[in-house]
Design a protein around this ligand. Structure first.
Ligand SMILES: [Zn+2]
Length: 328
């Protein structure tokens, strides 16, 4: 892990080496005018995906966090700092998702364009944090209607560093928003086929509150909103009782969190005479492998909605909304 002093030192060296200063925005504008691509570094894969779709061929986008990486505990590497300091635009989520990157992002933000894509979402559309009265649940990508607002923030951030691309970014965003609308309609449709008493979504950590609110599911995470905490034994016992009482048939593991707690829970339920299976793997805080359908935001949400519907007694096509699930 890099100390704060080391981070600041590395930044100072880079500022000299790359000429990254408060002029970062003007540099990007000049580059775009010269027909060069705008370099964007995004923290999560979901944000990078939005920037790629909206940016089209005007941008070159890199994500710091790949498939299976947990953003709550992610700490920057030296090469991350280099990549961010050299970028024309850094996009991060905000709402305390990248808790360990906060100091670095604040320092970078004094030198170059660094934009949070979720921090300015309307407060009345956010879910309150379980543990802190003044904080919000950051997992907004779980509701495509809310993620649409993030896509608009990505578009606006691109326009700010590359005004000449305004028309292109606007057209790309508009097309993508229609796709997100179709995704939301598909998710609503298949999830509404799950019998009402079965609408309990039990996963490793509290990533699915926005999903629950959008589609009428009771959402239970073994761990809290962050993945840092350990689930206690009494918590596991309470949850086993819930599974038995509600006759919940499936629980879910997440690709970016250890499956230990979920498997312990399924065993606990079995010991109590209630059969519950692991209903599949959901993409919570990271997308699937690059080059696969699940490695896109739309594919990730398609996979989740389809998997949940099928495991909890609802109906959904095995291949998902576009027939592309699991084909890669
Ligand atoms: Zn999370």
């Amino acid at each position: 892990m890099l100390t704060k002093k080391a981070v600041l030192g590395a930044l100072a060296v880079l500022a000299l080496a790359t000429g990254a200063t408060a002029l970062g925005t003007r540099t990007a504008v000049a580059q775009a005018a010269a027909g060069e691509t705008v370099s964007v570094v995004a923290t999560t894969g979901m944000i990078a995906d939005a920037a790629r779709v909206v940016g089209g061929d005007r941008v070159a986008v890199e994500a710091l966090m790949g498939p299976g990486v947990d953003p709550h505990g992610y700490r920057q590497t030296r090469s991350d700092i280099t990549r961010m300091a050299r970028a024309d635009l850094v996009l991060f989520h905000g709402l305390d998702l990248e808790a360990q990157l906060a100091d670095l992002l604040a320092d970078l933000g004094r030198r170059q364009p660094v934009v949070s894509v979720a921090e300015n979402l309307p407060r009345d559309r956010l879910v309150a944090h379980d543990d802190y009265a003044d904080k919000f649940d950051p997992h907004v990508w779980m509701d495509p209607d809310l993620w649409a607002e993030v896509v608009i923030a990505v578009r606006d951030a691109l326009v700010a560093v590359d005004p000449e691309g305004t028309a292109a970014y606007g057209a790309n965003a508009e097309r993508y928003l229609e796709e997100l609308d179709a995704l939301a309609r598909y998710a609503r449709e298949v999830l509404s086929t799950v019998p009402e008493e079965q609408r309990v979504l039990l996963t490793s950590h509290d990533a699915f509150n926005y999903f629950g609110r959008a589609y009428g599911f009771e959402v239970v995470g073994i761990q809290g909103i962050s993945t840092e905490s350990e689930a206690g034994l009494s918590r596991v016992r309470t949850l086993v009782d819930l599974l038995v009482e509600r006759d919940v048939r499936a629980v879910f593991v997440e690709t970016s969190v250890s499956d230990r707690n979920v498997r312990a829970l399924a065993e606990g339920a079995a010991a109590a005479g209630h059969d519950v299976r692991v209903g599949g793997e959901l993409f919570s805080d990271a997308m699937g492998d690059e080059g696969t359908w699940e490695g896109t935001y739309v594919g990730m949400i398609d996979h989740n909605a389809t998997t949940v519907a099928r495991a909890l007694g609802g109906e959904a096509p095995a291949g998902g909304m576009s027939g592309r699930l699991g084909e890669d």
